[in-house]
Design a protein around this ligand. Structure first.
Ligand code: PLP
Ligand SMILES: N[C@@H](CCOP(=O)(O)O)C(=O)O
Length: 465
């Protein structure tokens, strides 16, 4: 399998090269040159498989010849051993026709572990084969950072530098990152928003000499491997509801558009997905786009769901590329103008196509709190603020006869203050994190400039050499 850039000016790469490269050299995002698909009988044969085996089957066409099937399967086995639920991604019913798939049973209690645990294994495997080392630079609004750190900590072939927006994550999220003291981990608290952090990462990648010198690599969902590794849980849920013979819809709390893009990719591969529902918080650019073709940036506002406090949804570029019939030139033009003007001009026909599959619902903080409380009162289910937004979107768009599965993306214990405010309940952290508040923290506060971050990355790499 080869991968091409959404902006059309970077070399086509294999899976392992895409894994190590992250962002394409022309600033675009990699996508498979052609979409793999499974036949009816191949989908049927996947029903009932244990999650790691299912993940290996789904990943196989994306990985291609780069990793042999036996090795891929054992990497998947290793990736999912640390999860605290035998099903890995259990599905529970909360209301008539409305289900929740819990993606937070990994070590850092958020859906990011689903892909990141596998990426840790893939990086280790590919770098060992090449006898090489990379410096991962990642941006986080709270969850990607700790999942990446957990997956990479203590690995000799990886240095990891994570940028989080200072004072804009929950305290649990920050501590999950900053209390990891392994020498190959560096945390930077950036004086800005998540969008600033993400822009800084892209600026570092755009500086070719720096990128090459530091052997930069990415773990954000700009890296195609992240998206690929998020596809299997949609397949798992759909097969459990009777796919490929039965249609299923999904509702996904959305920020960087990576999680829901994985569902869209599963549909491209032939999974019968009827409807994809975006849940937004008050930073509702995606919902405004879906409702009125209004993709206009506003300032990022803090919310009860900090991991979704995002205005520039990186992965939208991948969908846009497809909506434009894979016209890389048009995609590059629209993206460049979006960054220059703060407004994205999506052609009406492309918008109509998007709307025929996706719907959006935005909840402000009061509505999020009411959703958490109402759901808990009615069903006893305790959803974190992100998951609650997805569940509300699922309820809004569910249809008779089509199971609606909402993605529960984080454990409620990651957002204790919001949970107490909504329900009076303070969910306990699991045993392995019980002493989180007494652990030593280590991080540096850094201004939101590319030069300051480059200095910090150089220092991190030197101290690791
Ligand atoms: C708990 C949680 N829910 C939802 C999201 C949004 O996911 P995505 O950025 O893939 O749209 C994030 C961050 O990515 C998150 O950490
Ligand atoms: N919500 C994310 C933001 C980064 O998203 P990613 O999926 O591109 O890594 C976070 O929690 O950090």
């Amino acid at each position: 399998m080869r991968y091409i850039s959404t902006r059309g000016k970077a070399p086509a790469l294999s899976f392992s090269d895409v894994l190590l490269t992250g962002l394409a050299e022309d600033g675009g995002l990699y996508l498979p040159e052609t979409w793999p698909s499974f036949s009816l009988s191949e989908w049927q044969a996947m029903r009932g498989l244990p999650y790691p085996e299912l993940a290996a089957r789904i990943m196989r066409p994306f990985v291609g010849e780069d990793i042999d099937p036996g090795t891929l399967r054992s990497l998947c086995e290793k990736a999912y051993t640390g999860f605290d639920h035998p099903a890995i991604v259990p599905v529970t019913q909360v209301e008539d026709g409305l289900f929740v798939q819990e993606l937070f049973h990994g070590p850092t209690l958020a859906f990011k572990d689903m892909a990141m645990q596998l990426l840790g294994q893939l990086f280790e495997h590919v770098l060992t084969e090449r006898n090489s080392h990379v410096t991962i630079v990642g941006a986080t609004s709270g969850d990607t950072g700790s999942a990446a750190i957990e997956a990479c900590r203590g690995r000799d072939r990886l240095s990891v530098v994570i940028l989080h927006p200072k004072d804009r994550t929950s305290e649990v999220q920050r501590r999950q990152m900053t209390t990891v003291l392994e020498a190959n981990v560096t945390n930077l608290a950036i004086e800005g928003t998540f969008d600033d952090c993400q822009d800084l990462v892209k600026a570092l990648f755009a500086d070719m000499p720096f990128r090459k010198d530091m052997h930069l690599s990415a773990v954000n969902s700009i890296n195609w491997a992240r998206i690929a590794a998020q596809i299997p849980y949609y397949v798992y849920a759909a097969l459990n509801f009777g796919a490929p013979e039965q249609e299923v819809s999904f509702a996904v709390p959305t920020g960087n558009f990576g999680n829901i893009l994985a569902a869209w990719a599963a549909r491209k591969m032939g999974l019968p997905i009827r409807h994809l529902c975006v849940g937004s918080n008050r930073n509702d650019i995606l919902t405004r786009f879906l409702n009125a073709n209004d993709m206009t940036m506003k300032s990022v506002m803090p919310s009860l769901s900090p991991s979704m406090d995002i205005q520039v949804s990186s992965n939208f570029e991948r969908l846009l590329f497809e909506l434009l019939g894979r016209d890389a030139e048009a995609c590059a033009r629209i993206m460049t103008s979006f960054r220059a003007t703060g407004h994205m001009d999506v052609p009406a026909e492309a918008w109509e196509t998007a709307r025929s599959l996706f719907s959006g619902l935005a909840l402000d903080d009061a509505a999020t709190e009411a959703e958490i409380k109402g759901l808990h009162d009615r069903s006893g289910y305790l959803a974190d603020p992100h998951s609650a937004i997805g569940i509300a979107a699922g309820r809004r768009f569910r249809e008779a006869g089509v199971p609606m599965v909402a993605m529960a993306t984080a454990h409620p214990a990651k957002f204790p203050d919001a949970m107490v405010a909504a329900t009076g309940i303070r969910p306990a952290l699991p045993v392995h994190l019980a002493d989180l508040y007494s652990r030593e923290e280590r991080y540096r506060t850094v201004p939101a400039t590319a030069d300051a971050v480059k200095d910090a990355v150089r220092a991190a790499v030197l101290s690791n050499a």
